[in-house]
Ligand binder design. Structure first.
Ligand code: GLC
Ligand code: MG
Length: 593
């Protein structure tokens, strides 16, 4: 406004308006160009999700794995469900956890408890319906919790309509003809049939099952009720793309790709595997049916789909690959393809190297053996492995959680591990897990670690109000009376409260990068330093059999203040030349610099 109250145009002549107009248009175009360019460069170097101003969400949060059957039952049938999960979403805010991963909840005959999917885009009635899922996403978003879902592309259930169409396909003109991996096998002199080769399934004997309708064998990496899809068939790829889009359109934030190393087998099915290649999960001798190079092209293809969603709203989508038993080179290739391969090696530490501090140091170094832009991740438990308390002893649970949450990268916690839950003792019971049944070996059973979540000390540990029992019993183990959310919430030095404090601490910038310093070697105590300039922390964890003293001054620091301990002490000044730690004790010291 001018002094006289009349508007004084900034520029009066037409020519001048033109110039101003062009300057504005030019300026806007330049800003758009630079933004696009920066965004482009960023997504080339790492998947940090375009528009997010700092690191993407999945680099900043803990991932909490939920096994839906066992987390919370809402309708009293003794099996957990989606409504149950919705009712417990507050818990993740309380825990300081920003992302959940749901094991399968899709339509399934439940031969492998949902890892045998008969319809990828439906919710199994046992878990609820699609409205429940939509509500779950909505409620989770409103609480700032990201949702990652399981994606099981390697195989379907034999009750999938795709499998039915494939076994009934008359000839190659039918698009379903090669949807699965069929082979007529060989005919013996007596007229009987044999599979084409010696390939073995993870769960049971031969990986080939005869189908009397198709008059051919089909290949199954896992149960015979889990036929493998044929990823050399473009129709399969297209159908699976649609599945991914379906869930992305629903608003999921990421996928955990199940059993990905099994996606391809060599094309020539008459070549036998090397002698010694046996059944079982962690088998590296499988030269022809695991870790084939074709996998990475497919992962890239899926990454590209997720990227379109990422580009549309600027929020990154996480692609996490379940990579059990892969060599280092394959691990690199999963990264290059735009996924993050789970680093599982901390789980078998006990069998592999005794779970000593030296053993952990070696594994962590291996986990950190990455190149620029490859984001680390660590995991210490899941639905396929014994619980930490059972593997490592109760005494080490808190130190294990302390390690997991203070290592660089994205940590994954399996439900109940924050409480120090033990697995169920189901030795007196017929196993439910098909792996134990088909391999005829109760030791292979994964029932123990799938025991229901312990919420409180009431009926069924608060997991379910069923009066006829839960799918896996809470009994015979009575731990739930004291190892449960309700009791631990009110106990200052409980595993749960320690976990929450660790989860809060790791939100500091000091823990949000990939820096870690180790001493050359360790004794019984694992030590490392995390941090940024001016804000550094030493973590010390005693994995030995007895009390042990250590001197951290070798790392170049002399004094510090205790910020967290597996015992309840806090805020005391620590002399770093003489730290005494009990067996299973761990603590974090803020270093004076
Ligand atoms: C993955 C799952 C496991 C399942 C198998 C077959 O390894 O983690 O639970 O049995 O795939 O789908
Ligand atoms: Mg239920």
């Amino acid at each position: 406004m001018g002094k006289d109250g009349k508007e004084t145009p900034f520029c009066q002549s037409n020519k001048c308006s033109c110039v101003v107009f062009l300057l504005i248009v030019g300026g806007v175009a330049a800003v758009v160009c630079v933004t696009l360019l920066v965004k482009d460069l960023r997504s080339i170097y790492d998947h940090d999700g375009g528009g997010e101003s700092e690191a993407p969400w999945w680099k900043k949060t803990i991932i909490y794995q939920i096994y839906p059957r066992s987390f919370q039952d809402s309708d009293g049938d003794g099996v957990g469900d989606l409504q149950g999960i919705i009712s417990r979403l507050w818990y993740f805010n309380y825990l300081n956890v920003g992302a959940i991963w749901l094991s399968p909840f899709f339509t399934s005959p439940m031969k492998d408890f949902g890892y045998d999917v008969s319809n990828y885009t439906e919710v199994d009635p046992l878990f609820g319906d699609m409205d429940d899922f939509d509500n779950l996403i909505k409620e989770a978003k409103s609480k700032g919790i990201k949702v990652i879902i399981d994606f099981v592309p390697n195989h379907t259930s034999n009750e999938s309509s795709w499998f039915d169409l494939s076994r009934h396909a008359a000839d190659e003109s039918d698009p379903y003809w090669n949807f699965y991996i069929w082979n007529e096998g060989t005919t013996n002199p007596d007229g009987s049939r044999s599979p084409p080769d010696n390939w073995k399934s993870v769960f049971e004997g031969s990986a080939w099952e005869w189908d009397d309708v198709r008059k051919a064998y089909y290949y199954h990496a896992f149960l015979s009720s889990q036929p493998d899809l044929n990823y050399r068939n473009e129709h399969v790829l297209e159908k699976i793309d649609e599945v991914i889009r379906f869930w992305m359109d629903k608003g999921v934030d990421g996928l955990r790709i199940d059993a990905i190393p099994h996606l391809f087998e060599i094309a020539n099915q008459s070549i036998d595997e090397p002698a010694g290649a046996s059944n079982g999960f962690d088998e590296n001798l499988h030269k022809y049916i695991k870790n084939q190079p074709e996998i990475f092209k497919v992962v890239k293809r899926w990454r590209a789909i997720l990227d379109t969603y990422e580009a549309a709203d600027g929020t990154s989508r996480f692609l996490l690959a379940e990579t059990v038993g892969i060599p280092h080179e394959a691990r690199m290739n999963y990264y290059k393809a735009g996924s993050v391969p789970f680093f599982f090696n901390l789980i078998p530490a006990k069998e592999k190297c005794g779970a000593t501090a030296t053993c952990f140091l070696e594994i962590i170094r291996d986990g950190m053996n990455l190149t620029e832009g490859q984001w680390p991740n660590f995991v210490i438990g899941n639905h396929d492995n014994k619980r930490i308390a059972d593997r490592m002893g109760d005494v080490n649970v808190d130190a294990m959680n302390m390690m997991l949450l203070t290592l660089p990268g994205t940590p994954t916690t399996y439900y109940g591990e924050e409480l120090g839950m033990r697995g169920g003792d189901y030795t007196g019971m017929t196993p439910k897990d098909p792996y134990a049944i088909t391999s005829n070996n109760a030791e292979n059973s994964r029932d123990s670690e799938r025991n229901p979540m312990q919420w409180n000390d009431t009926l069924n540990a608060g997991f379910s109000n069923s009066t006829t029992g839960t799918w896996l019993p809470i009994q015979p183990n009575t731990d739930y009376m004291h190892i449960n959310v309700e009791v631990e919430r009110n106990l200052d030095n409980s595993s749960l409260n320690l976990y929450r404090k660790l989860a809060e601490l790791r939100q500091k910038e000091a823990f949000q990068n990939a820096n870690i310093e180790f001493p050359e070697s360790v004794s019984d105590v694992l030590v490392y330093v995390r941090g940024v300039e001016g804000d550094r922390y030493a973590v010390a964890l005693n994995f030995g059999e007895a009390k042990h003293g250590i001197d951290i001054t070798k790392l170049g620091y002399t004094k510090g203040t205790l910020v967290l301990s597996t015992k309840s002490e806090k805020d005391k000044t620590i002399d770093l030349s003489n730290i005494q730690l009990d067996k299973g004790e761990g603590f974090i010291v803020h270093l004076d610099e």
